[in-house]
Design a protein around this ligand. Structure first.
Ligand code: PLP
Length: 397
């Protein structure tokens, strides 16, 4: 008799975005003529940069000739991409990361979810709340206990340190969904906590490319001691439009150690490497050549233009809504606007009102955790004309 993982039975019935899609479909079926503006799911809308397209075309041609054909990619990624990442994402900021510490993958979603494979089930997990739902669900699937650290307007979106010891801490900055960031001295507080408590920080920097303020770190390794306590996740999805193409990477420093129940120190790099080579067969050659082209001078200019386009959308939404009295957060260093719902209106009620009255799709804040109640997330990833129209509709609400 096959036994199931009963932890799955304790999950919410459907993943947040599946539930939103279901409600939107129901609305569309009964209102087929209404023009919906989708500012819900955090997916990009601008095409891949031309430099990436050209590099991928060239790579496809290489795959068509015996002498330049590539079979299985190295599990950890091609040297050409890992070298480029080290040089451009880290060396330019004065951060030391070894090429061997980079693991190229098909997504930060998979990596932030899969990292639990190398961690014991008994770890106590702490999450800033609200946050990207993948961390919660994957830990629930594994049966781990989770402590929520509220991050709201009341505490200036600076979540408190855990009052019970936490073994594993997820930090996501710039934050999805609140669009807020942590300044350097705040992030240092977390690194110091982890060093003191022998905890592991899982640092998701998927929106790093959107940071504008000088005192906001782009990498957790800008903080002294972080190499001993943190794994960093990065993605080409929001930086360079790879949501459909799929490419990301994870950094696991050699110094980073966990413990056996008997107290023996174990390098996490070795465990993640073992896990990767067993369960993953690498990202395609064509995709990795495309990712490498993101760092070329043309690629960098094109990526910047796209990020600037989304950030202008964020500015339009943020300033437009603020001007007519909405309470709005985020949108200065991240492509998300975190909107306070009208007094006494819940996140899902507000989601329903926006859908039925304004035909705008947002994401109910409570879907990202209990402290997201009373908020709604709008994304800046829409098209300009839709962003302007949504701002206008909200202005009149
Ligand atoms: N991490 C965060 C915080 C995200 O918001 C998202 C996507 O919305 C991801 C990771 C997913 O990244 P990827 O497309 O690389 O899987």
């Amino acid at each position: 008799m096959v036994l199931v993982n009963e932890n799955f039975l304790k999950l919410e019935e459907s993943y947040l975005f599946a539930e939103i899609a279901r409600r939107v479909e129901t609305f569309r079926a009964s209102h087929p003529k209404e023009k919906l503006i989708r500012l819900g799911i955090g997916d990009v809308t601008e095409p891949l940069p031309q430099a990436v397209i050209q590099a991928m075309h060239k790579a496809v041609d290489e795959m068509g000739r015996r002498e330049s054909f590539h079979g299985y990619a190295p599990d950890q990624g091609y040297d050409f991409l890992r070298e480029t990442i080290v040089k451009n994402d880290y060396e330019t900021r004065g951060i030391h990361v070894d090429m061997d510490e980079i693991f190229v993958s098909d997504g930060a979603k998979c990596d932030t979810g899969n990292i639990g494979d190398i961690l014991a089930q008994g770890n106590r997990v702490a999450l800033t709340d609200p946050v990207y739902p993948v961390y919660v669900d994957t830990n629930r699937m594994a049966g781990r206990s989770i402590a929520y650290l509220p991050s709201t307007a009341e505490n200036g979106f600076r979540p408190p340190l855990p009052d019970e010891p936490a073994d594993v801490i997820y930090l996501c900055y710039p934050n999805n969904p609140t669009g807020t960031t942590l300044p350097r001295e705040e992030l240092k507080r977390w690194v110091d906590y982890a060093l003191e408590n022998r905890s592991l920080i899982l640092y998701d920097a998927a929106y790093e490319a959107y940071i504008r303020q000088a005192d906001v770190p782009h990498s957790i390794y800008e903080i002294e001691g972080a190499r001993r306590v943190a794994i960093e996740f990065r993605s080409f999805s929001k930086t360079a439009g790879f949501t459909g193409q799929r490419c990301a990477f994870t950094v696991v420093p050699h110094e980073l150690e966990g413990y056996t129940a008997a107290g023996k120190q174990i390098a996490l790099h070795g465990l993640w490497s073992r896990r990767t080579s067993t369960k993953f067969n690498g990202v395609s050659y064509v995709t990795q050549r495309g990712a490498q082209a993101v760092y070329s001078p043309e690629g960098q200019a094109q990526v910047k233009a796209t990020v600037d386009y989304y950030m202008e959308n964020a500015r339009i939404l943020r300033e437009g809504l603020q001007a007519c009295g909405w309470e709005v957060y985020g949108g200065t260093d991240a492509p998300y606007i975190w909107l306070r719902t009208p007094r006494g209106v819940s996140s899902w009620e507000f989601f329903g009102q926006l859908l039925s009255k304004l035909h705008i799709v947002g994401t109910p804040g409570v879907g990202f955790g209990p402290s997201g109640e009373g908020y709604l997330r709008l994304t800046a990833f829409g098209r300009r004309e839709d962003t302007l129209e949504a701002t206008e509709r909200l202005r009149k609400f």
